[in-house]
Design a protein around this ligand. Structure first.
Ligand code: FES
Length: 122
């Protein structure tokens, strides 16, 4: 079991995200309408930081660099890198890869992540 306290539930408003270093990992914690979710903090395309990514439609994260989109709940690729024009050349080497996700649990107003488990909604 690798469960770590991340923050108070009230510290992260719905529709926002926060980078947190914990247990030797850096995770990106999201508070969606559906609950809390955590993913790796760097994009799987060219490993750029995702902390300034946009949350689209309440559940997808768009990387600010080449606009790949990921389902925050599962880490699956919703749309691969598509910007700027010509990025497709890079994509021949960097093929689609899902984000790593972590299991998040809320207990008595505290948010915990289990770094050994993949995601379930919290
Ligand atoms: S680094 Fe994220 S889409 Fe390229």
């Amino acid at each position: 079991m690798s469960s770590y306290f991340l923050c108070k539930e009230s510290a992260l408003p719905v529709g926002s995200a926060k980078v947190i270093k914990v247990g030797g990992e850096t995770v990106l914690l999201f508070h969606l309408e559906e609950g809390f979710y955590a993913t790796q903090s760097h994009c799987t395309h060219l490993f750029m930081p995702l902390k300034k990514g946009k949350i689209l439609d309440g559940c997808r994260l768009q990387c600010p660099f080449h606009r790949a989109e990921f389902d925050i709940r599962t880490g699956e690729v919703a749309r691969w890198a598509c910007f700027p024009p010509g990025i497709q050349v890079v994509n021949t080497l960097r093929t689609e890869k899902a984000l790593k996700t972590y299991s998040v649990e809320v207990k008595e107003g505290d948010v915990y992540v289990d770094l050994s488990l993949t995601a379930e909604p919290a």
